[in-house]
Design a protein around this ligand. Structure first.
Ligand SMILES: *[C@@H]1O[C@H](CO)[C@@H](O)[C@H](O)[C@H]1NC(C)=O
Ligand SMILES: *[C@@H]1O[C@H](CO)[C@@H](O)[C@H](O)[C@H]1NC(C)=O
Ligand SMILES: *[C@@H]1O[C@H](CO)[C@@H](O)[C@H](O)[C@H]1NC(C)=O
Ligand SMILES: *[C@@H]1O[C@H](CO)[C@@H](O)[C@H](O)[C@H]1NC(C)=O
Ligand SMILES: *[C@@H]1O[C@H](CO)[C@@H](O)[C@H](O)[C@H]1NC(C)=O
Ligand SMILES: *[C@@H]1O[C@H](CO)[C@@H](O)[C@H](O)[C@H]1NC(C)=O
Length: 924
């Protein structure tokens, strides 16, 4: 069947490949967009003189942004700078009463000329001490700077910049952007301006240096400094409130023997991305400045504590790597994996909807093997699917698969597909139609993905969301899948970004990694769902009581034999004399049960089926006290009007429903307890053909033959014979898919299926309905040949068929056998008359009547119409020769246009019995 389904299966497997490719395309596109020159280490074309140009790349040809990505084999050394507030934000005297209450701040007129000094605040327990330390901070005069001395000499000086830092310390923005370097001095000489040369990579750059004045102001306590800083924060657009300072120092209890200082600095100056504080290159200078000043206070002006530069570690060229596919992954991969769910579900529901499951069961496929085979099959197809998915994903280079440990992925996917298959088994019990199952299945697929992506992921990312709730949500298998994929994607994304590995087993220990819980949840759910699904299936498929395992086994056979025979005594009163044959059958059954012989293939003992009252309708007696014994080699025909209980009877015999009381023995096995063993020697041709659309006739027979334990050459031979016998062998019919068969061919195939493997007992429910006369005759031949060494129970509405095939007939009305016997007996018993018809002109009608009365005084006229009359003549009163003689006589007296004498047909018997029984039941 799967071979037939190859297209569907290929499509199924191509789906993840398609999604992977889509992801890859998205990823390529995003990478292409990201990898624009502006995000790559800068290059320029240097003219080599011969009209050619040589491309040189490096940090010196890059903008600040590009430089970040360059390779840095020899990092530049950067002098340490102070963060100087921008000119327009510097603290001045303003109308703000608290700030301006300090008269020592510079006046705000400097803002207009752009020459405001920067302010530094100082406090401490000993003002004399504090001010003398502070006085040493900017004492070094400017003329010590030698412009050709590059940056090294700057280490001794207090330099600053208004430029904020970016990214990291590979490049100091202060040296690359236009703003000049500030040389901080208590007094600025006029016309102070020079430029400084320094090397960057292989290039020499020039940088302007200007002088900025610093005023150091004493405050009585640190809280006063705090007040000023607090008010100085850039708020709104009102400039008067902006009072930024360079830095502030609290010398606390410092003295000649103790240096205990607190530094205020502004860490809000951050880089572009807002992740690292600036201070890595800006803070150290403020500390070195005050330490140096303290040292000089103690040891004199020649003492120096030098902090020359900071230098980044060397690094290779980097690229902006965003593994976009990993971010989108969870949504896509959830779809890919959950897609297996509707596929599994549809297969299961298909077999249920088309009742193939029951059909297989009736031919001997037990529940256990069915489960194991189906489970193994789905596991195999899911595994292949996932394997293709992972291999393909890895092959095209998706980091999601490549970076994470394959063994974790294997365990995760393996557990999940198992859980999913169990779920499909469980859910399949609720559906009876493939269409609904498909629709619901695919809604699950997309719903799970979208809910996971747009709802569940938000909860995952929200660190304030309670963990317990997340775990509760993960109890829903779709979400646990999503969580697992999400973790994979996070690890893959970070691994790719940092150039490291994805998830490893060690990472499961990490408390932020939800993988461990997910694995546990999935594994536990798998076991639980497996048990529940198997249990639910037992309840649903075999009609067992939901608490079947609590029940005791039925009592042993001996006691169940006795009970009905005692009851019989009471009910005998109601058995009418007419039904003496039925009664005989009952006695025969009891006799047989006592002998416990197995010469009879089927023995039904007082079989009863009562459907309980429902929706206010009374109980329905479908089968009442049926006793029947069928020897091997007999074909028993069940006739009866619609609704007489024939199908209920057959359903009981084939194990679809349990009898309400009484039982039947098939080959000596009780249908209540040994159905599984009975199935191996039973064949069923159901009323409606139960066939797989996709399989050919031959394959059906091969399959059911194998179920019946046929193997190898015996199987092939049996199948071939079977096909020949139902005339499906020639012209390639056997190898056509059954959906292309006509109704008659399907019917014949069903019969062939019921007969394959030499079952001892065969049930055929109206085998020839819908067949043309030629096919029907062929079918009859098959059945006739087949009945030689088995017992067949056949229901039919065709009297011709019953007469042709059946050794005995039972007419079944209102749940009860009305009569049992071979067709001729029945005809003799119930239709004990001939039908005599004669057509004359109307004048002679009376003469005909007289003639008939002479033949038999008890004759009855059935009808009379314009000269044609029909009579029933009791068989025991006439001889056929007399009739012929009388007709010859009559012919000599008047014109006989036509005449006929016929035996009663079975149809007459049937109608009579049915009518009689219904009359009885209405009387009673
Ligand atoms: C304050 O510091 C100065 C200089 O270091 C020192 O001479 C003086 O004794 C100190 N005053 C107190 C109260 O410690
Ligand atoms: C500057 O340094 C160079 C070499 O280091 C030296 O030749 C020159 O005299 C120095 N100039 C001053 C003003 O110190
Ligand atoms: C700080 O202390 C000095 C001397 O003790 C005093 O003159 C001055 O008013 C104080 N300043 C403030 C703002 O309290
Ligand atoms: C600290 O730096 C931020 C960012 O440049 C600035 O907005 C703020 O006004 C500064 N605060 C002070 C007290 O200087
Ligand atoms: C240094 O100053 C802090 C207050 O800023 C104080 O708590 C600490 O005791 C001082 N340390 C010494 C060694 O005096
Ligand atoms: C995981 O955590 C447990 C307990 O916290 C610790 O004993 C164990 O060594 C850890 N394993 C790894 C691989 O880190």
């Amino acid at each position: 069947m799967q071979k037939r389904n190859i297209k569907t299966n290929v499509r199924l497997i191509l789906f993840p490949l398609f999604l992977c490719l889509l992801l890859l395309l998205i990823q390529k596109w995003v990478n292409y967009e990201i990898d624009k020159p502006s995000r790559r280490c800068g290059c320029i074309c240097v003219d080599t003189g011969k009209g050619q140009c040589e491309t040189r790349c490096g940090i010196e040809y890059s903008t600040l942004k590009q430089g970040f990505f360059c390779s840095i084999p020899h990092p530049t050394e950067w002098p340490l700078l102070l963060q100087v507030p921008a000119q327009q934000f510097r603290a001045v005297r303003t109308s703000d009463h608290l700030v301006s209450s300090y008269g020592d701040l510079p006046g705000d007129s400097c803002k207009k000329t752009g020459s405001c000094p920067v302010t530094m605040l100082i406090t401490g327990n000993n003002q004399t001490f504090g001010q003398s330390v502070a006085g040493n901070m900017f004492s070094k005069p400017f003329n010590n700077i030698n412009s050709s001395d590059s940056l090294y000499n700057l280490a001794d000086n207090a330099l600053g910049s208004e430029t904020e830092t970016r990214f990291d310390n590979v490049l100091d923005a202060a040296f690359l952007l236009n703003a000049p370097i500030d040389f901080l001095q208590p007094q600025c000489p006029s016309n102070f301006r020079f430029s400084l040369a320094f090397r960057l990579g292989s290039d020499t750059l020039e940088k302007d240096v200007r002088c900025s004045q610093v005023v150091q102001l004493w405050r009585n306590s640190s809280s006063e400094i705090n007040d000023v800083l607090y008010r100085g924060y850039r708020k709104g657009n009102s400039e008067r409130k902006i009072n930024e300072i360079l830095a502030a120092y609290d010398f606390v209890n410092s003295n000649d023997n103790l240096f205990n200082v607190t530094v205020w600095y502004n860490s809000t100056y951050k880089n572009d991305k807002g992740s690292q504080p600036i201070s890595l290159t800006r803070l150290p200078r403020s500390i070195n400045l005050v330490s140096n000043a303290y040292l000089q206070l103690l040891l004199g002006p020649t003492a120096r504590m030098v902090f020359e530069f900071v230098k980044e570690m060397p690094k290779p060229e980097t690229k902006l790597r965003l593994d976009f596919s990993s971010l989108l992954g969870p949504l896509f991969y959830t779809w890919v994996i959950v897609q297996l769910f509707p596929v599994t579900l549809t297969y299961l529901v298909y077999e249920k909807e088309h009742r193939l499951r029951i059909m297989m069961k009736m031919h001997g496929l037990g529940d256990g093997p069915y489960w194991m085979i189906s489970y193994a099959y789905f596991l195999a197809i899911s595994s292949v699917y996932m394997l293709c998915f992972v291999i393909f994903g890895s092959a095209i280079g998706l980091n999601f698969f490549r970076l994470n440990d394959y063994s974790i992925q294997f365990v995760f996917y393996f557990l999940y597909i198992n859980l999913q298959i169990c779920l499909a088994f469980l859910v399949a019990d609720w559906f009876s139609s493939v269409k609904t199952a498909t629709v619901v299945g695919y809604m699950m697929v997309f719903g799970t993905g979208l809910l996971g992506g747009f709802l569940f992921q938000l909860f995952l990312q929200d660190s304030s969301f309670p963990k317990a709730w997340i775990i509760a949500m993960e109890l829903f298998p779709g979400f646990s899948l999503y969580r697992g994929l999400y973790e994979f994607s996070q690890y893959a994304f970070n691994g790719n970004y940092m150039g490291s590995d994805g998830m490893r087993w060690n990472d499961l220990n990490n408390s932020n990694n939800g993988m461990r819980e997910v694995l546990i949840i999935i594994a536990v759910e798998w076991l639980v769902v497996l048990c529940v699904a198997y249990y639910a299936d037992q309840v649903a498929s075999s009609g067992k009581n939901p608490l079947f395992f609590l029940r005791k086994k039925p009592k042993n056979l001996q006691s169940s034999f006795r009970k009905p025979s005692l009851r019989r005594q009471g009910s005998k009163v109601f058995v009418q004399m007419e039904k003496i044959d039925v009664d005989q059958e009952r006695e025969k059954v009891e006799q047989l049960l006592l002998e416990s012989s197995t010469s009879h293939s089927i023995i039904c003992n007082n079989l009863k089926k009562i459907y309980p009252s429902r929706d206010g309708n009374p109980e329905k007696f479908a089968v009442r006290e049926l006793s029947l014994a069928l020897p091997e080699g007999e074909c028993f025909g069940m006739l009866g009007p619609n609704g007489a209980g024939k199908t209920s009877f057959i359903n009981m015999m084939i194990g679809l429903v349990k009898p309400s009381s009484g039982t039947a023995y098939v080959q000596g096995l009780d249908i209540r307890t040994d159905m599984d063993r009975i199935y191996t020697s039973m064949g069923v041709c159901p009323q409606h053909d139960l066939l797989w659309d996709m399989l050919t006739g031959r394959e059906h027979l091969l399959f059911y033959g194998r179920l019946k334990n046929l193997k190898g050459a015996a199987l092939t031979q049996a199948v071939e014979e079977s096909l020949k016998s139902v005339n499906l062998f020639h012209g390639g019919v056997a190898d056509k898919q059954s959906r292309k068969y006509s109704g008659g061919m399907k019917r014949r195939l069903s019969v062939a299926i019921s007969l394959i493997g030499d079952p001892k007992v065969v049930y055929m429910d109206e085998p020839s309905t819908g067949l043309d006369p030629a096919s029907r005759n062929m079918l009859w031949d098959v059945v006739k040949r087949a009945k030689q060494n088995r017992a067949i129970i056949l229901t039919t509405h065709s009297m011709e068929e019953a007469e042709h095939l059946c050794d005995r007939l039972g007419i079944f009305v209102d749940g009860r056998l009305q009569c049992v016997g071979n067709p001729n007996e029945l005809k003799a018993r119930y239709g004990g008359s001939y039908v005599f018809t004669m057509t004359t002109s109307q004048i002679h009608e009376e003469e005909v009547e007289n003639l008939v009365n002479q033949l038999s005084p008890n004759a009855t006229k059935v009808y009379q119409i314009s000269g044609t009359q029909k009579f029933e003549l009791p068989k025991d009163e006439i001889r056929i020769a007399d009739v012929f003689e009388a007709v010859e006589n009559a012919k000599s007296r008047f014109t006989v246009q036509a005449w006929g004498l016929a035996d009663t047909t079975l149809e007459d018997v049937f109608i009579r019995v049915a009518r009689g029984a219904q009359a009885d039941s209405t009387l009673s």
